[in-house]
Design a protein around this ligand. Sequence first.
Ligand code: GDP
Length: 398
Amino acid sequence: MLNIAIIGHVDHGKSTLIGRLLYDTNSLPKEKLEEIKRTCEELGVEMEFAYVIDALEEERKNRMTIETSQVFFRSKKRDYAIIDAPGHKEFIKNMVTGVSQADAAILIVDVKEGVKEQTKRHAYLAKLLGIGEVIVAINKMDLVNYDRNAFERVREEVLDYLRKIGLKAKFVIPISAYYGDNVAKKSEKMDWYKGLTLLEALDRLEKRSKGFDFRFIVQDEFRLDGETIYLGNVIAGEVKRGEIVKRFPEGDEVLIKKIFYGERGVEKAKKPLAVGIIADKKLRRGNVLAKGEAKVRKKIEALVFCLLNEIKEGNEYLLKCMTQESLCKIEKVFEKIDVENLERKEGKRIREIEIGRVLISLDEPLAFENFKDLPEMGRFVLIEKGKIIAGGILTNLK
Ligand code: GDP
């Protein structure tokens, strides 16, 4: 499964592209399609792509949680989950606090409008969040008669900006999300374009975190027949029964005596399974079991994204990184970054929807990784009175 974020300026075609991808890969739920067909028949109109989008849009509005705002589709090669970027703030929030983590992004740009404010913001955020590669989709080619020059012009404009922020465009593809040109099917209207379709390009992308060694986070425990079973998720690698691993932040060794998948005893556990483990010593919620060393820290430098109120030196929060928790304090605000013009700003207060680089000191040491290596252990939230005030990511842990 590859997670992709679709980013770009409002009205440049994000929702339409999502609808088109689902439609052309036959990934729409059957009931949904039936429902749309029925509606169209009742209205005496032909089943049009526009209705599909409207229906999806409706669906999206009705869903509340971050988890279910994901949609899925499948190519011949693999499954995809789309993380939509409805707005600037939601995007940051989803990316930082979300269960979903984008491996790559599609940056969509309207060929008639070119690079706009949110094109820049989203691209820059993607870069900050450690997304290494983007596919640029120059959309609405039908509106310019599939003209090559129009495409080239916008292509240069986008690449110019991406170069400035150091983000690599792996592919730049002329599409019409509305008519489906070069999305899942090669367009007959753009002979001059010899490259891949969007779907083919997606299939060429690679997952971000590969080959990280075993990491397991303890979420919960329960007693069964006099033994304690620790429940949690394997977020990287695998472990076998009988292996000795390390427990963090303590740093001591732990023997994996038994592994359970559901009720069943199993020989090994692999990412991304939720499993139960019986160990030779008492563990606790928030413990990280690992092969190799985890990066245990009491002070961290991080990028923080303020979502509510403001962040300033001296403020205290509860920091949560998966099930790890510690009280913490903002020691220093180094700088703020204006996402609009990318300028670094002086100032000690990071306000709502601003980004800053800070030093945080923790009461208890916790285990981390850099966000780009292992997103689950490289992102955290700062909480005050039960509310998420900010999300943060670690980008330069040594
Ligand atoms: P979003 O705000 O980025 O999600 O943009 P939408 O997907 O809602 O699209 C905005 C408008 O552009 C809608 O009216 C779409 O029908 C239209 N649109 C999207 N893609 C295309 C396209 O490829 N060609 C044309 N002509 N219109 C499009």
